[in-house]
Design a protein around this ligand. Structure first.
Ligand code: PMP
Length: 314
């Protein structure tokens, strides 16, 4: 689907996966005008397909587009395009329990622009791929390293939207962490270097007794759709959930820590390493992580009644 800067997107078409052509001076290549989304389609036991809260991804793309001076498809256009793409690729969706279909909507400044300015034309496309577990550990504890020097976002920057540049910013720390055997990097705020932000591609939660705390949304972390869903699920399970500043000291004193995201679902954290000191959270999967993982995935796969109306059946 294409549109001009002040226009609206026309109806798109289905095309076989392959390379696309871009002008060398396209806004996305030169000035980083790019946004993406990530959501999943799950196979139900009866073979039908479930999407999880696709309108939330549409709304987040709209919010991001506003920050990045880009037009965006309407919520209805976005959701329709996701449905059409998934249905055209339904043979790729693994059987229940064997993975899911990852859906990647992409919005970019595809028009040519030489001086710094928003591109004159935009392209919205969606591609899909079957996926298994994000971390090689599967639903097993991951090991994070806390990074306080390199930052993925600054106050007033673009950390709160899903723009491509945010991911370029994490590559250096993430590659270094992986080379040392860590699963991923946990970032701290760049002002105090003391408060938790998020992991390269997921949000973070710390558990102490019955209280589950997670960094508040304040423009430097991505408002995760899994984060939002887990907050509701945890409250419905009787936990007290707090969205606020969470310090690295609290992380080190937590009973349990876990990450959330479309790709990682709910991933228990086995250890964090901060300033060379490793803190472990006990053996195996924490009970709270396991409980929330089970409730969420049962909903996403259509194994539990969807009282929240979060799933869309195709
Ligand atoms: N933070 C970042 C930086 C991410 O890339 C993601 C993945 N989209 C998340 C958090 C989790 O968001 P969601 O639950 O919507 O996938």
């Amino acid at each position: 689907m294409k549109c001009t800067r002040d226009g609206s997107f026309s109806k798109g078409e289905l095309k076989r996966f392959g390379n696309i052509e871009l002008n060398p001076s396209a806004g996305v290549l030169n000035y980083g005008q790019g946004l993406f989304e990530g959501l999943k389609a799950y196979r139900k036991e009866d073979g039908n397909i479930l999407l999880f809260r696709p309108e939330e991804n549409a709304l987040r793309m709209k919010m991001g587009a506003e920050r990045m001076c880009m037009p965006s498809p309407s919520v209805e256009q976005f959701v329709e395009a996701v449905k059409d793409t998934v249905l055209a690729n339904k043979h790729w969706i693994p059987p229940q329990g064997k993975g899911s279909l990852y859906i990647r909507p992409l919005l970019m400044g595809s028009g040519a622009v030489l001086g710094l300015a928003p591109a004159p034309e935009y392209t919205f496309l969606i591609y899909v791929s079957p996926v298994g577990n994000y971390f090689k550990e599967g639903l097993a504890p991951i090991n994070l390293i806390v990074e306080s020097e390199l930052h993925r976002a600054t106050p007033g920057g673009t950390g709160g939207v899903k723009t491509i540049g945010n991911y370029a910013a994490v590559l250096k720390a993430q590659s270094a962490a992986k080379a040392k055997g860590y699963s991923d990097v946990l970032y701290l705020d760049c002002v105090h270097k003391r408060y938790l932000e998020e992991v390269s591609s997921c949000n973070i939660f710390v558990v102490k007794g019955n209280i589950i705390s997670t960094p508040a949304i304040k423009g430097t972390i991505l408002p995760g759709i899994t984060r939002k869903s887990i907050i509701d699920v945890a409250r419905s399970q009787g936990f007290q959930v707090e969205e606020r500043l969470v310090s690295v000291e609290e992380l080190l004193e937590a009973d349990e820590v876990f990450c959330t995201g479309t790709a990682v679902v709910v991933s228990p954290v086995g250890s964090v390493t901060y300033l060379g000191q490793k803190k472990s959270y006990g053996d195996g999967i924490g009970v709270v992580s396991q409980q929330l993982y089970t409730v969420l995935t049962r909903l996403q796969m259509g194994l539990a009644k969807d009282d929240m109306n979060w799933t869309v059946e195709l």
